[in-house]
Design a protein around this ligand. Structure first.
Ligand SMILES: O=C(O)CCC(=O)C(=O)O
Ligand SMILES: [Fe+2]
Length: 511
């Protein structure tokens, strides 16, 4: 068997310096819908964190909707007994498109109730940047200017210590800073469908950029629709977004990147969050860390250390009957209350401005409120410092993913494979290929394992794309002959390579 990676020296600490780049714009990796279908946990995580499945108590207090400027623009025709959407959209079609999206997104409230708490009339108060008051309990998320820190210092001070940080100016030179203005996005992606939600049955709700931007400009919703698109690589037009940003050099490692595109759970999102939208407090899947880069708008973040109990960070003990828990309500009244009720809990807060990148270490609780209309890109990754933890989590919760990941480790990164199998041995954990039929994984609850697991997967280690492999190579990896060959292939212009690949692997029709 050909080994593509030959690592320099033996010690595990050297292995920790292996750089496997996360997705890169230079090597866009395909993320197909089957992969999404096969990642129910990740989809559920995403759904949960965007808190779109929340059920409102029917007795929820209702406020008057914000006053509408009815002098111009189009709105939704009111139905009997319902108030109309107070927003006045520029395009006649926007109202009905938004109605469709709201209806699919939330079945617990009517589309006309999306503004029932009247938060839009309190923007100045609730979205004020001065709302964070630092004291003994509420401390600032550490901040550092990109120009004031080296990559080594960053690694040592933050990544290795699992400390969150906002790195000011870390993406201020990205083309995204100008190319992701609403005007530019309207021009570039006007007719392209983006994902703005999911139905109860798990079906994507898509909306054309032109309607979303019209909505964003005029909406008065308490918790507006949030555009969260993960399939950027798949659409020929959307792919141009990949030219607008770089993978941040602050995070050179991503060992999840070893996985084939089809096997890897969704890990990168391009997002537009209108003001008042946000993400309720959550941790990211499988203990992965995240970076989030903002090109436009301001995000308010709250973070809690991993050991703080879920009940507390979610504000479950301070929520009153009938209250909603969307991000805006969380920041408005749940967070102040939970701070008061738990004075011993340290709360980290901070503002992320355009050009800033935040690092959220794995297992840190975090929530976001978009104080302005925000455009951002975010990704989850597995760095060396958290490999052990993420491997253990993955093998337990996502059996099939773990199986495919381990298989690629064996083939492309033998020392990583050795580490994973060493961990398995130490814990007496047997992977599914090591178990008898019907046998449960040791020490784990079978119900939490990946229900889509199947031993007859058609996914093969050969599927790891040359582009992905090339992107994964860091400076301190010594390549074997085969890897060099494969890297050279990856460097070829795409059309030529495609042609050759097609010649090598003729489709059934061509045979
Ligand atoms: O920007 C946001 O709304 C938060 C995103 C986030 O935490 C996530 O994607 O996991
Ligand atoms: Fe997150």
């Amino acid at each position: 068997m050909l080994e593509l990676f030959e690592l320099c020296s033996g010690a595990w600490s050297h292995l920790l310096s292996l750089s496997i780049g996360i997705f890169q714009k230079l090597s866009p990796r395909t993320c197909t819908s089957p992969s999404l279908q096969s990642c129910p946990d990740a989809m559920r995580d995403r759904q949960e964190l965007t808190s779109r499945q929340l059920h409102l108590d029917s007795q929820a207090a209702s406020c008057d909707p914000a006053p509408a400027d009815d002098s111009k623009g189009f709105s939704q025709p009111p139905k009997e007994g319902e108030s109309s959407d107070p927003a006045r959209y520029s395009s006649r079609r926007t109202a009905s498109e938004i109605h469709r999206c709201r209806k699919g997104q939330r079945t617990d409230i009517k589309p006309s109730e999306w503004n029932k708490f009247g938060y839009a009339s309190r923007d100045d108060e609730v979205l004020s940047k001065d709302n964070i008051v630092y004291d003994e309990q509420t401390v600032p998320i550490p901040r550092v200017r990109r120009c004031d820190i080296t990559l080594e210092e960053f690694q040592k001070e933050y990544v290795e210590k699992d400390r969150p940080v906002i790195v000011e100016g870390a993406c201020s030179d990205w083309p995204a800073m100008s190319r992701w203005s609403t005007e530019a996005l309207d021009e570039r992606f006007r007719h392209v469908d983006f994902k703005v939600g999911k139905t109860d049955k798990g079906k994507n709700i898509n909306l054309k950029m032109k309607y979303f931007l019209d909505y964003m400009k005029h909406q008065q919703d308490d918790n507006p629709l949030y555009l969260f698109e993960t399939k950027v690589d798949e659409n020929n037009t959307m792919r141009h977004l990949l030219d607008d940003f770089d993978h941040p050099d602050l995070f050179p490692h991503d060992w999840f990147g070893l996985m084939n595109d089809e096997a890897r759970p969704p890990h990168r999102w391009w997002a537009i969050g209108p003001k008042r939208s946000g993400t309720t407090v959550h941790t990211d899947p499988l203990g992965t860390s995240a970076w989030n880069a903002v090109s436009h708008g301001v995000k308010r973040w709250v973070l809690f250390e991993p050991h703080v109990p879920k009940r507390i960070v979610k504000g479950r003990d301070v929520k009153k009957k009938g209250e909603d828990t969307e991000a805006i309500m969380y920041f408005d009244f749940l967070l102040p209350r939970l701070k008061k009720a738990n004075p011993e809990v340290r709360v980290y807060e901070g503002l992320q401005n355009p050009g800033d990148i935040i690092f959220v270490p794995g297992d840190w609780w975090h929530g976001v409120l978009n104080l302005e209309d925000c455009v951002a890109v975010t990704a989850n990754f597995c760095g060396p410092e958290s490999f052990d933890k993420i491997w253990k989590r993955t093998r337990k919760d996502r059996e099939k993913v773990a199986h495919l990941w381990l298989r690629n480790m064996k083939k492309f990164a033998p020392r990583l494979y050795a580490r994973a199998t060493e961990l398995n041995q130490a814990d007496g954990f047997r992977m599914r290929h090591q178990r008898g039929p019907g046998e449960k994984p040791d020490g784990s609850d079978d119900s939490s394992s990946d229900s889509s697991s199947s031993d007859s997967s058609s996914d093969s280690a050969e599927d790891l794309s040359p582009e992905g492999l090339s992107a994964a190579l860091g400076g301190d990896v010594v390549l074997g002959h085969a890897a060099k060959k494969r890297r050279a292939e990856a460097a070829e212009p795409l059309p030529r390579r495609r042609r050759r690949e097609t010649e090598d692997n003729p489709s059934p029709e061509a045979q």
